[in-house]
Ligand binder design. Structure first.
Ligand SMILES: O=C(O)[C@H](O)C(=O)CO
Ligand SMILES: [Mg+2]
Length: 257
C-alpha cells in the first residue's frame, strides 16, 4: 500500500510547501489538499518538484463558509459561482500538476439541486478533461456535514451515471462510508470501477486509522486483493503534531525509510 498525506488535516500548522516536505520526510508517496488557494501555485509546484511527490487532488471552494456553505455545485441558482469555483480549481490544479478536483456539492436537497449538480459536473468534467484531470464527488456523512447534498455511495453512482463523463469518479472516504453506510469492504469491491480515490480515518472519531470501528489492516488487504495500487489518502485529524500519530504508516514503508 502507498499513502497520500491529506494536508487539509495533517501538518496544518505548517505553510503548505513545508507540509509537503514534512509528508515526504515521513515516507508518504503523495499529497492531497483541501483549499490551497491562499498559497501561490508556484510555491506549491516548487515544493512538489523538490520532493518528487504528486499532488493527487484539491477541492473547489465552499462558498460563504461563515454562513455555513459547504460547496456550491448543487445549489440552485448559483451555477455561475459554481462554475467559477470549478474554473479556479482546475486552473490552480493544472498549475501544480494535480490529478483531480473534488467538486463540492453543498447543502441542498431535491430534484432542482440534483439538476444543478449534474449541470455543474458536466461542465467541470469537460474543463478538467482539457487538462487530463479527473473530477471527484464524495458523499459526506450527516454528522460532519449536515444538509450536504451528496450523502451515499448509491446516490453518487446515480449522479455519475446521469452525468455520463469518463473522467468523473467517486471519492470513497472510508470514514464517511463507515459513519453512515457501513459495509465498507463489500462496497469497495462493488464500487471499485467507479472509484477515483480512497481516503481513510478512524470511525467514529476521525483520528489516525489505527483504532475504532474500522479494521484498516483488513481494508488494506482487500484493496490489495482487488489490485488497487493508487496512494490512499490519510485524511484524519491528528489532534496535535502529526508525527506521533504515524505509527500505522510504518509497516508500509520500505525498510530504509
Ligand atoms: O471532509 C472530507 O472528507 C473531504 O474529503 C473534503 O474534501 C472536505 O470536506
Ligand atoms: Mg474525505
Amino acid at each position: 500500500m502507498k499513502f497520500s498525506a491529506n494536508l487539509g488535516f495533517l501538518w496544518t500548522e505548517l505553510p503548505l510547501p513545508r507540509a509537503i516536505h514534512a509528508a515526504r520526510a515521513q515516507g508518504f508517496a503523495a499529497v492531497e489538499c483541501h483549499w490551497p488557494y491562499d498559497t501561490p501555485a508556484d510555491d506549491v509546484a516548487q515544493a512538489l518538484a523538490e520532493t518528487g511527490l504528486p499532488m493527487l487532488g484539491l477541492n473547489t471552494r465552499r462558498g460563504d463558509v461563515a454562513a455555513g456553505e459547504n460547496g456550491l455545485a448543487a445549489l440552485p441558482g448559483r451555477g455561475a459561482e459554481a462554475r467559477a469555483a470549478v474554473a479556479e480549481a482546475v486552473s490552480y490544479g493544472a498549475a501544480i500538476g494535480a490529478r483531480a478536483v473534488h467538486v463540492m456539492a453543498g447543502r441542498a436537497q431535491g430534484p432542482e439541486a440534483e439538476a444543478a449538480f449534474v449541470d455543474t459536473l458536466r461542465h467541470a468534467c469537460a474543463l478538467a478533461a482539457e487538462q487530463g484531470m479527473t473530477i471527484l464527488i464524495e458523499p459526506l456523512n450527516r454528522h460532519d456535514a449536515p444538509g450536504y447534498f451528496l450523502r451515499t455511495t448509491d446516490q453518487a453512482v446515480a449522479i455519475m451515471d446521469r452525468v455520463g463523463a469518463d473522467n468523473l469518479r467517486l471519492m470513497f472516504d472510508c470514514y464517511h462510508v463507515g459513519r453512515t453506510e457501513g459495509d465498507v469492504i463489500h462496497r469497495l469491491g462493488a464500487l471499485l470501477p467507479r472509484i477515483g480515490h480512497v481516503q481513510i480515518a478512524a470511525v467514529p472519531d476521525r483520528g489516525a486509522p489505527d483504532h475504532g470501528e474500522l479494521h484498516y489492516p483488513a481494508i488494506f488487504a482487500e484493496l490489495a486483493r482487488l489490485g488497487y495500487d493508487a496512494p490512499i489518502g490519510a485524511e484524519y485529524r491528528p489532534g496535535g503534531p502529526t508525527e506521533p500519530t504515524l505509527g500505522w504508516l510504518r509497516p508500509w514503508l520500505p525498510a530504509s525509510a
